[in-house]
Design a protein around this ligand. Sequence first.
Ligand code: ZN
Length: 676
Amino acid sequence: MPNLPEIKKEIDKFRQEIDYHNYKYYVEDNPVLSDAEYDRLMRRLSALEEEYPQFITPDSPTQRVGAKPAKEFASVRHLTPMLSLANAFDNEELLAFDKRVKKILELVENKDCEYVAELKIDGLAVNLNYTRGVLTQASTRGDGLEGEDITNNVRTIKSIPLKLRKPGQEDLPQVIEIRGEVYLDHKEFARINEEREKQDGPVFANPRNAAAGSVRQLDPAVTASRKLNIFVYGVGAVTGKKFETHWETLQYLKSVGIKVNEVKKLCRNIGEAIAFCHEWDKQKKKLPYEADGIVVKVNEIVRQNMLGQVSRSPRWAIAYKFAPEQAVTRITDIIVGVGRTGALTPVAVMEPVEVSGVTVTHATLHNEDEVRRKDVRVGDTVVVQRAGEVIPEVVRVLTEKRTGREKEFIMPKKCPVCGSDVFRAEDEAVARCTGIACPAQVKERIIHFASRNAMDIEGLGQAWVDIMVDKKLLADPADIYYLEKDKLLDLERMGEKSAANLIAAISESKSRNLSRLIYALGIRHVGEHIAEVLTEHFLSLEELSKAGQEELEKIQEIGPAIAASIVIFFKQDETKTVLSKLNRSGVKLKQERKPKGKQTLAGKTFVLTGGLESVTRDEASRMIKDRGGRVTASVTKKTDFVVVGTDPGSKYDQAKKLNVKTLNETEFKKLIGEKS
Ligand SMILES: [Zn+2]
């Protein structure tokens, strides 16, 4: 018989030891053990826990990556709101802040107010909830009141203790909300982007997006694979502990074993805080992570409470933003990138230049109009700026440096990725690729195709589309109908049952209405409503694909931009290929003519006004149309019926004036119901 109490003691001893070394390594950045020795400890603990699973507890260091991938994040209400800070961009604004603070606190102007100045980390704000010292919940900031439950992902971040350390003799607070910023350092950010580039995925624009994207992974294993880190900067609700000052709060957080940034200063007055801001504006390049400013907070908690908040910003704190760094370089080329939604973005290729410690070679020009507005040409000498973004932007051209050999940029007529025609509506700044199978946008297009209001294929969401496109099972939306169960079962985490369900859902979607299919194709400007309008005029995709600009424009609600977008879409070879694949797979590309005999309202014209109780306006319209009636927008003498709901508008008055028959909801339903 094993001696269970002894084994439990041994497990506890291992855990304490590992927690200690975790703290030394991830929080203090001062490891005592070699990696190999640390691994050995972990392995021995794992082995013991495996043998005696009754002793596994959620705060064991072996339990960081335990949970299975989630379908979605639950929402969580913060005990106290997470406020957002007002910004200051120069000395005057900091001085004005100090003046406001003193006025509310009724301090004489020449009397000092104490502030704490802290580095503002550019990451993702999180709330950590510790109950009696154990991490029980973690959430994103969200709208400040409610965020997303990211507990399982946050547990994988090694610098966040699953269990707080006891600060001396004192007990840990019953509940404490600890607020901080999850971030990625420059090195890890570069590594993640390199990896994504290798896999042809889109790179993250900046470390903040990368941190947010990593924390908001449905699969905690992905989060765990990225070296996320945290700095905490304050508390929310606390029971069982009181703080006098913010400075004391920070010391306390450090003492319970969680990471507090060392770049901070207790300032006797705003002058010292301003000096600190400028000092770090100069030194920020040395930091191994991205910081975008300095937060200045009133130190005394009593004063903070007196100051309170205005809308969702505290009146006792302000964020001083560092000035973005600029540099001068020359543009050697302007290329065009294609985004996930098909948007074509001109990008300047430049002679390498260093901006805030990073060598940059590309700058975004946003869109064609921006290129014209700034008059950026190939060969130009330009000022570029980087504000925490990986891809900097061109601020302005130094026209005095022109030689006359600069070349103007011309937007390509064909997509540089797939060769399909480029479409830009007159009133839009963005030009887009029209290719339904364009590799740059195929994931988004397939996700849209399968979405609920389109072909409604249950189980085919973003996560699976990502995987299936990466594994080359899908290259265009029509490929969905050629998926085979065997191939699906080869995918990691695809079980027998899910595969069968997915195949069934796909098969079921083949008979969706024509309007849903038209919407699913993702033609620019053709939303659900326009798709329905189109099905009132065309009985099949084939008919629609043959319609010309003029014919389309004759239809009410179809303007020149929509018509042009439809025509160019059906002209593409890719579209033709996809449509014939859909056809061969048995997807219904037609609609049956409405059966005659039930056209009880044929020739009758209706106008709807006010809200109906039992049906929506759209449903009521459809009921009328299904029976051969017409629904128009305004009441004329030719109107047969005006259906009047609650709070009717002027149409009701008009009906009375013109003596048109009105129907209340009951009468309307009787008319529809009796004769249908
Ligand atoms: Zn394309």
